[in-house]
Design a binder for this molecule. Structure first.
Ligand code: ADP
Length: 751
């Protein structure tokens, strides 16, 4: 959320950390106000004038309160008295509520979370929203970005060098061709004035033949060089693309859940495939061309200047004007390509979302809506890309024409020199002018390429930023240098744990609890209390903000993630089965397991029976996400997978919530087998399924408020008791409703 929205009149946004507009003050008087936050103060501006200022610690808590038709931000002090800081219409409530959280976080920790720590930050240089970029693609150093791209050529430098040598040799041969051409013209076709006519004797024919043969040899060598160049380039291109895609994929799997949850699957797929492909073709085509074109530009320029420096200057006269025009157009084009990238990313996201949620789309009958959304996103992407192309194609013909003006100068002054009408320029033969104009054409080829380059750079630099953003992202959950592989016994402890998905918004507060190995623990609490979050911390999907989670007394940040996760098994409510066979899905966590072990695990999980009834038994393909199996069957396959994993710690996150009572009963047996002798942490909405837990941990708004067995907690009549009572009441009401419906059903016998 962007909390740096509007600067007070006469001030710049950059002066503040946060700055939000408000429109009511005092007794609901309409005003043009801004609440600005500096490193130590809150400044209330009205019409650009400071009305009030408060140092952060003037209050003990900040809060937003909803009134009728408007809201206000208040500062509270110990005796519960409070002061209205500013008021606003409801549409600004969320922003001010977010600001209050940040200020409260400052009051408890002394750390002011800056704008960049919040979602949707802006580029400090150009002020444009960064969207999902960490560094603004428009302001990031292009040299740095492209040197990073070229550094990836290192493993293939030998083959890449062959491609370059072949192209350079080809270019050199191209430079020789006009020389032979000149000799042919000046000696055999259009002799310079005053020279003897050619006598076509054997010697003349021999000379003529040698020159023609040389041309032919040059063409043959060029073809061979071209072939070698293509082969080498193709090799580098394929490998480079593969490396890049693999690296982006590896890094994506390595990212922390915190980072992954900020990106969508469509966004990540886009980076692994589209962006990596764009870089691959750019590096192999343009990377090599950049070296070769610049080389041929220098060689041709040297030859031209040695032939005639004045004509050469005339040939390059328009270049500075063209460079200035292109430089100006570059930023606009890059902005459109950036926009196009965002829209095309949005349409990938839409595609992924719609396909992922195809059942919801179909059952809600919203196909038309999704098609319309997709069409709009596609159109927007195409429009932005075509705007970039339009800008380019508007300026490019003009630049190209400007460039060729140099050629007209050369032709005019060159012809004058042939006719000896420019004594101060000296004289030229027709052969020399033909050779010179060939070089001018050769000079314009790399120049045209160089001038086209900004357009391609504009496009590819956006993709490069996205790819390197992933490759260079610092994984916030990573193995410590001195991490160990622990043979886990199963004791788990939470030691004064604080955690928040946003640092200033704690979800778990001061949770301290010890779980003994081999016992079963249930975590209960209202929805949003932090139950799944506790589990996420045991799996180290996130790192705690404060305190520690320990296994067998070792801080899990000191245990290698591989060792930790290979000894913790998880069964979730939403079981994910991969496309493949039942066997592949069961052996997913333990690919080395023998078939006998798989069958044994399947029997314990009560799924062997239904698997053997499937058309191909264990080799039956489960389809996309296992859609050919029922929910209960999928869940049992997941339990078999967890049993085969043979973990020391088991986590059951609403593992039976979506099943009917009969299926749940069967699965409970499988789960009981799975949990025997292992530390088990279970979350279940139906509290009755946790009544056999050794101990229950009760969470309320992120704090652990009670622990004990079901009986102890029921006797205590605290939060757990209330939860159980509320659930019993709902169940009774549901049963009463069902009975009522049954009673009113017409009797078929009487009908
Ligand atoms: P429970 O499992 O008790 O229902 P959770 O642990 O899932 O609750 O969530 C606790 C709080 O954390 C909720 O307010 C939820 O909105 C928030 N939360 C959960 N996951 C994330 C996330 N990935 N990013 C931001 N907030 C989250």
């Amino acid at each position: 959320m962007n909390l740096l929205l509007k600067a007070p009149k006469g001030h710049e946004l950059s002066e503040y950390i946060f700055s939000l507009p408000f429109n009511l003050y005092g007794k609901a008087k309409k005003v043009d106000g801004v609440l600005a936050v500096t490193k130590s103060e809150l400044l209330v501006y009205i019409d650009g004038e400071i009305k009030d200022r408060y140092s952060f610690d003037e209050y003990e808590e900040y809060a937003c309160e909803q009134l009728i038709g408007c809201s206000m931000m208040v500062g509270k002090i110990a005796d519960r008295s409070q002061k209205c800081i500013c008021a606003f219409t409801q549409d600004s409530f969320i922003m001010f509520a977010e600001l209050c959280k940040i200020l409260n976080h400052y009051l408890t920790t002394g750390v002011l979370v800056e704008e960049s720590d919040i979602d949707e930050p802006k580029c400090p240089k150009c002020g444009l929203p960064l969207d999902s970029f960490t560094e603004c693609p428009y302001c990031a150093s292009k040299v740095k970005t492209f040197s990073k791209i070229f550094a990836r050529l290192k493993p293939y430098k030998g083959v890449f060098a062959i491609a370059i040598i072949c192209t350079v040799l080809g270019e050199l041969l191209n430079v020789v061709s006009p020389m032979i051409n000149r000799l042919l013209i000046d000696n055999y076709v259009w002799l310079p004035e005053g020279s003897e006519p050619v006598i076509w004797n054997a010697q003349a024919w021999l000379g003529f033949g040698i020159l023609c043969a040389s041309m032919f040899v040059i063409i043959i060598i060029n073809t061979v060089l071209n072939w070698a160049n293509m082969k080498a380039s193709f090799y580098v291109s394929l490998n480079l693309g593969q490396d890049l895609r693999q690296d982006v994929f590896n890094k994506t799997l390595d990212l922390s859940m915190n980072s992954i949850s900020k990106k969508t699957a469509g966004d990540l797929i886009n980076r692994v495939s589209n962006d990596a492909n764009k870089l691959q073709s750019f590096m192999t085509d343009n990377g090599k061309n950049a070296i070769v074109r610049i080389f041929s530009l220098v060689i041709v320029a040297i030859i031209m200047f040695t032939m005639d420096w004045r004509l050469s200057l005339l040939a390059i006269l328009p270049i500075p004007i063209v460079v200035v025009i292109i430089k100006r157009a570059y930023n606009t084009i890059q902005m459109y390509y950036g926009r196009s990238w965002r829209f095309s990313n949005a349409h990938s996201k839409l595609l992924h979302d719609a396909l992922d949620g195809i059942r919801v789309v179909k059952t809600c009958g919203t196909e038309e809506l999704e098609i319309e959304k997709y069409r709009t996103a596609s159109e927007n992407a195409a429009k932005a890309a075509s705007k970039a192309e339009v800008v380019w194609y508007l300026i490019w013909p003009a630049c190209d024409f400007l460039l060729t003006i140099g050629n007209y100068f050369v032709l005019y002054f060159g012809s004058m020199m042939i006719l000896s009408r420019l004594p101060m320029f000296g004289t030229f033969t027709l052969g020399q002018l033909t050779q010179f104009t060939s070089y001018v054409a050769m000079l314009y080829t790399p120049l045209r390429w160089l001038m086209q380059l900004p357009r391609q750079l504009a496009d590819v630099s956006v993709s490069a930023s996205k790819v390197f953003e992933i490759l260079e992202e610092n994984t916030d959950v990573r193995d410590a240098k001195d991490c160990i592989d622990l043979d886990i016994k199963g004791d788990i402890s939470f030691d004064h744990v604080y955690f928040g998905y946003k640092v200033y918004n704690p979800v778990l507060k001061d949770v301290t609890v010890n779980l003994e190995k081999g016992k079963m623990y249930g975590i209960v609490g209202h929805s949003g209390a932090g139950k799944s979050t506790m589990i996420n911390l045991v799996l180290r999907l996130y790192d705690v903000t404060q305190g520690a989670v320990k296994i067998d007394g070792v801080d899990i940040r000191k245990i290698s993630q591989e060792s930790l996760r290979s000894q913790v098994g998880v069964v979730l409510q939403e079981t994910y089965l991969f496309e493949g066979t039942v066997l592949e899905n069961i052996t997913y966590a333990n690919p080395k397991a023998t078939f006998e072990e798989v069958v044994q695990a399947a029997k314990i999980a009560h799924c062997h029976e239904f698997i053997t009834k499937l058309p191909d038994g264990y080799n039956t393909r489960v389809g996309n996400k296992g859609h050919t199996l029922s929910g209960g069957e999928r869940q049992r396959v997941a339990i078999a997978r967890a049993i085969l994993h043979n973990p020391k710690i088991i986590i059951l996150d609403e593992a039976t919530a979506s099943l009917d009572t009969e299926t749940e009963r069967q699965i409970q047996e499988g789960l009981a087998e799975l949990c025997r002798g292992r530390t088990t942490i279970a979350i279940a909405h139906r509290l009755s399924t946790l009544s056999n837990a050794d101990q229950l941990i009760v969470l309320d708004k992120g704090r652990m408020v009670e622990t004990g067995s079901h009986e102890e907690l029921m006797r205590k009549k605290g939060v757990y008791y209330e939860l159980v009572m509320a659930q019993r009441k709902t169940t009774k009401m549901r049963e009463a409703n069902i009975d009522a419906v049954e009673e009113h059903k017409p009797n078929p016998a009487m009908a």
